[in-house]
Design a protein around this ligand. Sequence first.
Ligand code: ADA
Length: 536
Amino acid sequence: MSEDRTEQDAPVYQLPVPGCWEQHPNLASYRGRGVYRKSIHTSQKTSLRFVFKGVSHTADVSFDGIPVAHHYNAYTAFAAIVKDVDPGDHVLKVEVDNGFHEGSSLHVHNDYYTYGGLIRPVSVEEIGDAFIDRIEFEPRRNDTGWEADIRLHLCSITDTDQEFRVTGSVAGQSLDFGLVQLPAGQSLSVSHSMAFSGVEAWSHENPALYNLEVQLEDPDGGVIDDLIERVGFRVISTSNGKIQVNGKDVVLKGFNRHEDHGSVGASFSLNLMVQDLDLMADMGCNSVRTSHYPNDERFLDLCDERGFYVWEENHARGLTLEQMRNPNFIQQCEDVNREMVTQHYNHPSIIIWAILNECASHTEEGRVHYQRQLEQIRSLDGSRPLTFASHHRERELCFDLADIVSFNLYPGWYGPEDAGELCDKARGWADAAGGLGKPMIMSEFGADAVYGYRMPSRVKGTEERQADIIDENLTAYQSRHFISGMFIWQFCDCRVTEEKVGPLWRVTTQNIKGVVDMYRRPKLAYEVVKRHFGDK
Ligand code: ADA
């Protein structure tokens, strides 16, 4: 990778992919453009499909000097297809930009850090004249057990019409889409519904997963492409002011988690993701909020396996109305919403979609965006309830648009309010703003604590004070029947940008409300959470 200067004088570094360029000692705070190059050798004529799982934050991909893909947003995947590659040596080039400028409406100076580089894995596959782009599995309960709609999305990359047989299996039962006519150069969706017997429902207590396997066969029976997904049989509903999983009321107990670590920044290895979930499970959590962007699919896979309920949200934090007026905002939100839902659709752990954390939902102009985005997500997936986290208290204007009402409030930290009294008031604000009868989540609460700073005075900034404030909040929320979820802000300390974010300026240039620090060292609050969330 080289910093973006004229080719000949740019410094060159050998960087791991995936990885954040900030890991390199010379790039610890580098913000700007960089160019990654990778030599590729092919031994036969073929077509290639590169899938970039996360490039932070804007990527321009070229192959042998020819542009093949552009993508904005670090937190969703995108593909680049290169057709008819001749045998020989080739160069894949990815120009990356993590700068803050008008071209970026969502990655801005903020109370978290936008790292730089190819922060999530890259895969490359040889493809034929057609491939399986994705498959959606939508389970439903019926009188005898389970059924599902299965929607298969195919793509053609050739200039001739093709016919395929599409078969497979799900939960051990055979699946047959029959013969599919795929027009030249087109994409096509085919659906199939089927009933199942003898499958177990997915839940926190029993995260049962099944393989969904599909293959594309040409008229001679040759397999052109195949795809294996893992799915779970579960349905989510909201009724009587509560959230249900498979018809049973649940209370979500967990953390807000930034993808940030003192050693690797945003570029997690699997074992570090496992460690985070092990720590949250040790504290008795059953859920996690992906604050404030779609997460790495491997983390979601782990949540599927371990029965964690996930609130996944689009990419936005605290954007003012002025920032929402950025000419790129509408399109960049529409893109991340579509990519989040279509790419993560099959994760049974995701039980809630959310948007626009603490943006301008207290204004009529902001409401237009909330309405448009919630409708967009609902049109992509009608099977999950929608929400957004608001801090606008009695000025909130958009709760009528959501299925669940959620508040970010910090009693005891940003104000001397009693957590229980504030929670009761918040229920009133929600009811008055279109949230009457809807489940309510306390989506953020907590306090700063400097790791290792302990004082008998329990003053603000000590671990003791953080523990006291979290203790008071959890006591209040767990004793109120109308609270269907609580997400502590936050799981781990995280890096932020140096520039002030509104009135916010962070000592150590970190948000230190973590219950563990950036290296996952527990603060005193860890045991408080464990006492509240642990098995009673
Ligand atoms: C807001 C915001 C979080 C974080 C928090 C805080 O609720 O949603 O990202 O900035 O405040 O620590 O103040």
